[in-house]
Design a binder for this molecule. Structure first.
Ligand SMILES: C[C@](O)(C(=O)O)[C@H](CC(=O)O)C(=O)O
Ligand SMILES: [Mg+2]
Length: 294
């Protein structure tokens, strides 16, 4: 049963129900179904995920609004779980950002995060990131907030400023973005757990911690982050990275050994696939249809 309440409202309900809210990255519709059935109350479409795995491109601001919308729509078509989407820098000036927000809401997305990097952005956990001025990012946030057609839709402002401006820069920016109407803050690439509390204390909106792998942030637990007052924990690509590693092992084994028998354990079984897809109920309907035609 698809829900009738707005996706933004469902995201806010999830935030109220779980602290910190675990947000699991789901690179495609099927991953979204699995994460939902495992019990995640919110899911995520990663910009890096779309670029890397849907388009075979690095996460450098090369993909566009429509590229991300295609993947977002596929997810919102099959699950009600509120979806947070990475819109990078919003893909342009104020009018572009406004259009991005409206299209995301139309696509059934619950929340987006927009960041203060230059258009030619990098992954948040890479060196030499360049950021726009606080004023320019405030304009981005205002354009995003202004474009909301659902007041419950969540605009999360991400700041990549730790590298260039230190923690004080992060805090100053976060406060300015909240002032401009941001509903939540994404404190990107924090390097020490105590930084989170300082950001949370400075702003009165929910703050997200990105616990991505192989980056600048240690693997803080939900428990540790709760103590810092963090409201959301993001795992943008955890399942996806595991999928790629398993697939590579299978590709290599079949090529080398001429059979897949030694890598079957890396694969999801047909019965499990069908369970997550609710395949059997489709088959039952099909059987009933054919029977009634006889
Ligand atoms: C969250 C992120 O923006 C993403 O696109 O998933 C990336 C994640 C990553 O590269 O590990 C980021 O942190 O920049
Ligand atoms: Mg990203």
């Amino acid at each position: 049963m698809m829900s009738t309440s707005s996706a933004g409202k469902r995201f806010r309900e999830a935030l109220a129900a779980e602290k910190p809210l675990q947000i699991m990255g789901t690179v495609n519709a099927y991953a979204a179904m699995m994460a939902t059935q495992v019990g995640y109350k919110a899911i995520y479409l990663s910009g890096a995920g779309v670029a890397n795995y849907s388009y075979g491109l690095p996460d450098l601001g090369i993909t566009s609004l429509e590229d991300v919308l295609i993947d977002a729509r596929r997810i919102t078509s099959v699950v009600d779980t509120p979806l947070l989407v990475d819109i990078d820098t919003g893909w342009g000036g104020a009018f572009n950002i406004g259009r991005t927000v409206k299209e995301m809401i139309r696509a059934g997305v619950a929340a987006v995060h927009i960041e203060d990097q230059v258009a030619q952005k990098r992954c948040g956990h890479r060196p030499n990131k360049e950021i726009v001025t606080k004023g320019e990012m405030v304009d981005r946030v205002k354009a995003a907030v202004d474009a909301k057609t659902d007041s419950d839709f969540v605009i999360m402002a991400r700041t990549d400023s730790l590298q260039a401006e230190g923690l004080q820069g992060v805090i100053d920016r976060a406060c300015a973005f909240v002032e401009a109407g941001a509903d939540a803050i994404f404190a990107e690439a924090m390097t020490d757990i105590t930084m989170y509390k300082k950001v949370c204390d400075a702003v009165k909106v929910p703050v997200l911690a990105n616990i991505t792998e192989f980056g600048d942030t240690p693997y803080y637990t939900v428990e540790q982050l709760r103590e810092q007052d963090i409201a959301m924990v993001l795992y943008p690509l955890s399942g996806t990275r595991a999928m790629q590693k398993a697939a590579l092992a299978v590709f290599e084994a079949v090529r080398k050994e001429g059979t897949q028998v030694n890598v079957l354990d890396l694969m999801q079984k047909r019965v499990d696939l069908y369970k997550f897809l609710d395949y059997y109920s489709y088959e039952d309907k099909l059987d009933a249809l054919f029977k009634s035609e006889k």
